[in-house]
Design a protein around this ligand. Structure first.
Ligand SMILES: Cc1cc2nc3c(=O)[nH]c(=O)nc-3n(C[C@H](O)[C@H](O)[C@H](O)COP(=O)(O)OP(=O)(O)OC[C@H]3O[C@@H](n4cnc5c(N)ncnc54)[C@H](O)[C@@H]3O)c2cc1C
Length: 88
């Protein structure tokens, strides 16, 4: 959300579904701005939609298998043989 909203070309790589551990939580009571609590699925769906709204690109079902961080641009390798280059 912050990267994309600042105008950076931003990509989120996820090997399964977006949401991570938080998406599996039935109820999150300690997240700032949700005094009545929120389900993990609701919170992460809102976060995903917010990031997409600012132009972040989602690459789901893509597993990162390698990271080359010494050269510029930095490169991530995917399990399917593809790769992506990024500044950060
Ligand atoms: C049941 C449960 C309840 C919780 N409840 C709370 C709570 O109430 N309050 C609280 O503050 N915290 C809670 N937590 C903890 C909180 O969810 C985590 O601290 C937080 O989600 C960590 O976020 P993260 O983005 O660092 O990592 P993660 O949420 O683990 O996200 C990492 C993501 O990267 C993906 N990934 C990993 N390796 C690769 C790879 N090689 N290629 C592509 N993708 C990859 C994973 O699939 C995952 O989606 C809970 C956790 C669980 C499991």
């Amino acid at each position: 959300v912050y990267g994309a909203s600042e105008g950076l070309r931003t990509v989120l790589v996820e090997r399964s579904a977006t949401g991570g551990q938080a998406g599996q939580s039935s109820r999150i009571e300690n997240y700032l701005g949700f005094p009545d609590g929120v389900s993990g699925a609701q919170l992460t769906d809102r976060a995903r939609r917010q990031a997409v709204k600012f132009g972040a690109e989602m690459l789901t079902a893509r597993e990162v298998t390698g990271l080359e961080a010494t050269a510029r641009p930095r490169t991530r390798a995917f399990a399917d043989g593809g790769a992506i280059a990024a500044h950060a």
